[in-house]
Design a protein. Sequence first.
Length: 179
Amino acid sequence: MTEGRTTRVAWRLFWAWNDESEERWLADMARRGWHLRRPALVRFVFDRGEPAEIVYRLDYHILRGDERGEYLGLFRAAGWEHVGEVANWHYFRTAAAAGASPDIFTDTESRVGKYRRLLLLLAALFPFFVVSFFKLLERPRPDASRLLEWLYAGGTAAHGILVVLWLYAFVRIGLKIAA
């Protein structure tokens, strides 16, 4: 974490199934006087302010065209501030009420909908993973250099790790739906 006088940058990686952990971390930062200004994939920019009890919530939603205004308007009307968006993850915050921790979801079905939307994305990517993995298994020409052979082997191994991570994400998100 790098720190300036009024701005702080934190580098953290959160997985899609750890959204609640990310929300708790952001709330803890606010309690210490660091308020999220801008989220990015693994980079969070905070502004210095008064320590406060702030509730952060994340929603995964792909917005098209006019949906954005309506979607953000619903949250605004319910008292939520949209802090930013990263890869279709929307960051919201509101002041914590005494003894209560407000939520952006009004029922179990809408909460589960977030994870179902994530699973749909993963399912849509699955054919790409399979086709590209088998394409990588094709060996280079017999007269290819050693370097090219090593690059193919490294690419195949890296892709295999990504496929395993994809499967793990699919299972973890599926478990969140089942819970």
